[in-house]
Write a protein that binds this ligand. Structure first.
Ligand SMILES: Nc1nc2c(ncn2[C@@H]2O[C@H](COP(=O)(O)OP(=O)(O)O)[C@@H](O)[C@H]2O)c(=O)[nH]1
Ligand SMILES: [Mg+2]
Length: 86
């Protein structure tokens, strides 16, 4: 017997670009599980959801916060020397 394939998919991208909603649309699971995430409508911590395809392939989704959170968040975060952008 051939073991089913196992795949891990991670999201990446700017906040509010639909990563979490896409994972929910594909899996039926909203990976924003924290009360504060639900209230604010943003991903604060990584979340997970699973999907099993008809051929047995198991896909694990890892949903991540938008880039500002992932980089330590906010305008006051440390920046490289000479950095002029946000
Ligand atoms: N109509 C529409 N709204 C979207 C779409 N993508 C994101 N949004 C809006 O953006 C909000 C945040 O989406 P979310 O999946 O949490 O974005 P994330 O920060 O990338 O995870 C949603 O509540 C929607 O209002 C899209 O493709 N179509
Ligand atoms: Mg999100």
């Amino acid at each position: 017997m051939i073991a089913p394939r196992q795949v891990v998919v991670g999201t990446a991208g700017h906040i509010d670009h639909g990563k979490t909603l896409l994972v929910e649309a594909l899996t039926g699971t909203n990976p924003d599980r924290l009360k504060e995430e639900r209230e604010r409508g943003i991903t604060i911590d990584i979340g997970f959801a699973n999907l099993v395809l008809e051929d047995g392939t198991r896909i694990g989704f890892v949903d991540v916060p938008g880039q500002e959170h992932a980089r330590g968040g906010g305008r006051d975060r440390p920046r490289p020397a000479g950095h002029r952008g946000r």
